[in-house]
Design a binder for this molecule. Structure first.
Ligand SMILES: [Zn+2]
Length: 205
């Protein structure tokens, strides 16, 4: 404990960091092989990489809003290329299955000619529902980047955590909060407009 205390300021320094070693159940000090600057640069690069594809998912979500569907969009990336795009078309297609993620998975699988999407990353504007989280696990997608969380139906940790369920034979790495504000506001605005329209309709009838 003393050691931890003494070294804790160095958690932010470029030379050492402290990890909890599960095997020996104690804290260990590790020398950092990279300089602080390069770690920051790596994080910055990863952030802008994630934002770039999340912006594309948001673009998809806006297409849904244009046809009065709940604005949820998704893209699947393979080797730095988008191989599947999808947006919510539940009403348009009259199908429970027409969620953005399912549509994007189908397109990506068609492109790769494989149901396994093992080297792909999914970007989705809203935390996946139980059906889509299940499909992500089934498709063996290794990583999902999420915009806004969904407290009422999300299965990447909000209601359930299907993506990281140890009982399954595949776990999905998740990154949350990428362009969260933008994704959240997009949903909020959509439902506000919907309520407004319903109100106006009631007034005119
Ligand atoms: Zn879904």
């Amino acid at each position: 404990m003393f050691l931890y205390k003494r070294l804790s300021p160095s958690l932010t320094c470029q030379h050492y960091y402290i990890i909890y070693d599960r095997n020996v159940k104690r804290l260990r000090i590790k020398r950092c092989v990279k300089r602080k600057g390069s770690i920051r640069m790596e994080e910055k690069n990863r952030d802008s990489y994630d934002s770039k594809y999340m912006k594309e998912a948001i673009r998809q979500a806006k297409k849904a809003a244009l046809i009065d569907e709940v604005p949820i969009g998704c893209v699947i990336v393979y080797q730095d290329k988008i191989i599947g795009r999808g947006y919510n078309k539940r009403n348009k297609m009259g199908s429970t299955l027409a969620h953005a993620e399912i549509i994007a998975i189908q397109k990506a699988s068609k492109k790769l000619n494989d149901w396994r999407l093992e080297e792909c990353t999914m970007y989705v504007t809203l935390e996946p529902c139980p059906m889509c989280a299940g499909a992500i696990v089934q498709a063996r997608i290794p990583k999902v980047v999420i915009g806004a969380m969904n407290a009422k139906a999300g299965c990447a940790g909000s209601v359930l955590n299907i993506l990281e369920e140890k009982g399954f034979n595949h776990q999905v790495e998740k990154i949350t909060g990428v362009l969260e504000e933008e994704c959240r506001i997009m949903m909020k605005d959509f439902f506000r407009e919907l309520r407004q329209r319903k109100k106006e309709k009631k007034m005119h009838t």
